[in-house]
Design a protein around this ligand. Structure first.
Ligand code: AMP
Ligand code: MG
Length: 350
């Protein structure tokens, strides 16, 4: 299959391009498109055949449900068995935006889209291209991240092309995304709202909007937790670079010294070593490749650059990667959740 790559300017959306993409979605085909979090791989959410194509293109396990993207609150009402009162509050506060809500589904939503679950994940993306595509297609769009299963989520159209070229008919290239990590997922299907995946919208922000308590799925916190995460996708080894990734945590000077020591050892053994540093520390490392993820105080930049860096190390064929740790105040939990998974929870405390 030939994959058409179309550049699209978010500030001045080309009608013909959107129409062509929307027609593909309406015809049950796949289109990759930008959102504010990461690139999505979209298909008609209410068509079982279209949803199945997403799993096939990504190599995604069929029990891992998709997020349904909508462009207006009524779309949620249309596919939910009931709309919990919290959903309206959260939509008013955060939609369009990087928040996915889990609600009980009605019979319109096929099991293929929800990985066999009776609940459905729904989000209204804050990206003009995504919203226009949903509206023009007349569909609700099921879209997981547009990467091959197990690879870092794509934050640029070129990443999508590397994974999906020849597998899907179209990629809309809207430039680099703004946030760079996937949406926060909150489960509203039970009494107490529960965060199933941390993201840009934090527990504190959710509690403020709801005026009540929000808990965090114990299954996503500790690596050694005996509890299974409630979002099926969180149990898979995700976001993995090809090289072995290890995090080093501690005071900056000691972290730099330890990473340099470990890197030298690997290099002696003939291996290529990469380091994920910050603007402040990049010049202090000796390795084959040293990338800065951004300034240590700039959490937004750290989130935005994480997946791109992991992909760059893959391109450059490094064998081992050492990274500093980024437990920053606001979205640090979301960043560390992704980084720890990429590292298979290999952490050295120093
Ligand atoms: P992705 O779109 O690639 O970010 O993946 C979607 C994430 O949402 C995965 O971790 C899924 O397991 C999770 N998810 C989607 N639908 C549900 C649901 N009904 N219940 C729990 N988790 C869900
Ligand atoms: Mg994904």
């Amino acid at each position: 299959m030939h994959t058409k790559l179309i550049q699209i300017d978010s500030a001045n959306i080309d009608r013909n391009a959107i129409k062509e993409a929307a027609d593909l979605i309406a015809a049950g085909e796949l289109v990759a498109f930008p959102t504010e979090t990461v690139y999505g791989l979209g298909a008609d959410a209410l068509s079982p055949e279209a949803s199945k194509k997403i799993y096939a293109a990504k190599g995604r396990p069929s029990d891992n449900p998709l997020i349904v993207h909508i462009s207006k609150f009524e779309d949620l009402v249309a596919i939910a068995r009931e709309v919990p009162p919290q959903a309206k509050k959260l939509a008013d506060a955060f939609w369009p935006g990087p928040l996915t809500m889990i609600v009980w589904k009605n019979e319109k939503v096929p099991c293929e889209t929800t990985g066999g679950m009776d609940t459905v994940a729904v989000r209204m993306p804050n990206h003009p291209v995504a919203l226009r595509l949903i509206e023009e297609s007349g569909c609700l769009i099921a879209a997981p991240s547009a990467n091959t299963s197990g690879k870092p989520s794509p934050t640029e159209a070129s990443h999508v092309a590397l994974d999906m070229d020849g597998r899907i008919p179209m990629i809309l290239d809207g430039g680099a995304v703004g946030i760079g990590i996937e949406s926060t997922i909150i489960d509203l299907s039970e009494k107490t709202p529960m965060i199933l995946r941390p993201g840009y919208i934090t527990k504190e922000m959710l509690e403020e909007a709801l005026g009540g308590e929000v808990c965090i799925d114990p299954g996503i916190i500790a690596a050694d937790s005996m509890k299974k995460p409630k979002a099926p996708g969180m149990k898979y080894k995700h976001y993995a670079p090809k090289a072995d990734l290890v995090l080093v945590e501690g005071k900056t000077d000691r972290v730099v010294a330890e990473i340099n020591r470990l890197a030298a050892k690997k290099q002696e053994a003939g291996l290529r070593v990469g380091v994920i540093a910050t603007d402040e520390t990049r010049d202090r490392y000796q390795a084959d490749l040293v990338f800065s993820i951004g300034a240590r105080e700039d959490e937004d930049a750290i989130a935005r650059h994480l997946y791109k860096l992991l992909r760059e190390f893959d391109d450059q064929n490094v064998d081992a990667i050492y990274s500093e740790s980024f437990a920053t105040p606001r979205i640090g939990q979301a960043i560390m959740n992704r980084l720890l998974k990429a590292a298979g929870h290999q952490v050295i405390q120093i």
